[in-house]
Ligand binder design. Structure first.
Ligand code: HEC
Length: 259
């Protein structure tokens, strides 16, 4: 027993170390496969703002169209790149090696990102980009420090800046200065972000909704058959309940002669 406990604790600690220690607190979000309009809006945002850099190479356009209730012709004319057919996988033309040079790291395929990271992680990540002139592309992120991705949704969200509302704290005898606010803490340490008023086209609530839809879509792409499994599971349970009634009646019939 003791050995088991020791082994499990060991595995758990290793997991925590592999995950990179303490993490920025994630916001909660509950994906909803039944909300087809949200999934469709998420797909639209994805194709306009993400597909240039990130592939969805394990998913065919046709499958997305069928699951999300989109007419295949509308899908082809409005959302597919010109070179693509509806039966194709969501690969992209950007060469990975060149992209790694441009951004410091190649943009990874996003088919399974919500399963690898969690929907909460992707949701919070998309909301915590902030301006940081010390980074090559001028953007940093609280969930993914020193990220290579630029803040592609900045025109919608607005310019987000790191501010420190708390009094400066001396850490290890050294005071660091935030390059933007001039305060003595880095954004990672104080973790307060503020959108500069009037710099984005969406309100805070609209931006949250946009990111919710986007992450809902990415969660769907990571496990497209989940909605079907859910429906099927309910049908199977109903069948078992109904079957139980008949099985019980049959049992009573058999045992009537024995008693
Ligand atoms: C200009 C190219 C570009 C665009 C457009 C872009 N990204 Fe990225 N993205 C990147 C790069 C580069 C990385 C890798 C960053 C790194 O490893 O430092 C990345 C990383 C990510 C990651 C982290 C993946 C992981 O598990 O490490 C997520 C999630 C992500 N992008 C989502 C999105 C979404 C959603 C959109 C559309 C709104 C988008 N990206 C648009 C370049 C881009």
């Amino acid at each position: 027993m003791k050995l088991w406990i020791a082994l499990l604790t060991g595995i758990w600690t290793l997991g925590a170390v592999a995950a990179g220690g303490p993490q920025y607190p994630l916001e909660s979000m509950t994906p909803d496969y039944d909300d087809k309009t949200s999934l469709q809006r998420g797909l639209a945002t994805y194709s306009h703002y993400c597909m240039g850099c990130h592939s969805l190479e394990y998913q065919r356009y046709e499958r997305t169209a069928t699951d999300l209730g989109i007419d295949p012709d509308v899908m082809t004319s409005a959302l597919l790149p010109e070179s693509k057919k509806i039966g194709d996988l969501g690969t992209i033309a950007m060469p990975a090696t060149a992209a790694a040079e441009w951004f410091g790291a190649p943009p990874p395929d996003l088919t399974l990102v919500a399963r690898k990271r969690s929907p909460e992680w992707v949701y919070t990540y998309m909301k915590t980009f902030y301006t940081d002139p010390t980074r090559p592309l001028g953007a940093n992120n609280l969930v993914f420090p020193k990220v290579g991705m630029p803040h592609v949704l900045e025109p919608l969200q607005g310019v987000q800046r790191a501010v420190c509302k708390e009094a400066p704290v001396r850490e290890g005898g050294q005071i660091k200065t935030d390059p933007i606010s001039g305060n003595a803490l880095t954004a990672e340490q104080c973790g307060v972000l503020e959108v500069v008023e009037g710099t984005g086209t969406l309100s805070a609530a609209e931006y949250d909704q946009l990111i919710y839809d986007l992450v809902n879509f990415l969660e769907y792409v990571g496990e497209p058959s989940k909605a079907q499994s859910h429906d099927l599971g309910i049908k199977v349970l109903l069948f078992i309940m109904l079957f139980f009634v008949f099985a019980y009646l049959l049992k009573r019939e058999y045992w009537r002669d024995v008693h």
